[in-house]
Design a protein around this ligand. Structure first.
Ligand SMILES: [Ca+2]
Length: 148
């Protein structure tokens, strides 16, 4: 079982499956995991239990500020820029064979939201995407064409 799958089941067992809510569990999952993880949990939760996690949180925390905060985290995690930042991270982590994927991502996204991706990448991984890409180019001679 992956960490995402475990969180999905835990959130079900600590929420809809019981009377009341295991609030500490919800707060832990939403605040301690990175945004990519939270979004993966949200997607898998809906696939597995047929209800959006946003609906579950809204119901379990009805009328309380904590519910609004958790829903905000869900929405932020769902942001497209985060998704593409994650894809960049995967491409860079596998540099060499993945440079074609990275280039394709760059071309497809650069005219729309590369600025948002750079910001998201910085927020998630605490390092500049530009710095990471420059390092990759310097270390990988086959990636030199990105400079031209
Ligand atoms: Ca409940």
């Amino acid at each position: 079982m992956t960490a995402v799958e475990k969180d999905v089941d835990d959130l079900y067992e600590g929420g809809p499956a019981i009377e009341g809510t295991n609030e500490d569990l919800y707060i832990d999952v939403f605040s301690l995991r990175n945004y990519v993880h939270v979004d993966e949990v949200a997607v898998l939760y809906e696939e597995k239990y047929g209800t959006s996690l946003t609906t579950v949180v809204t119901t379990e925390f009805e009328g309380r500020d904590m519910g609004n905060a958790l829903v905000s985290i869900l929405q932020y995690s769902r942001d497209k820029a985060k998704y593409f930042a994650s894809r960049f991270h995967e491409s860079i982590a596998g540099a060499g064979t993945a440079d074609r994927d990275l280039m394709r991502l760059t071309i497809s996204r650069c005219e729309t939201d590369l600025g948002n991706i750079k910001t998201a990448y910085q927020n998630i991984y605490s390092v500049s995407l530009i710095v990471v890409m420059c390092r990759m180019i310097l270390l990988d001679p086959t990636a030199q064409h990105y400079l031209h």
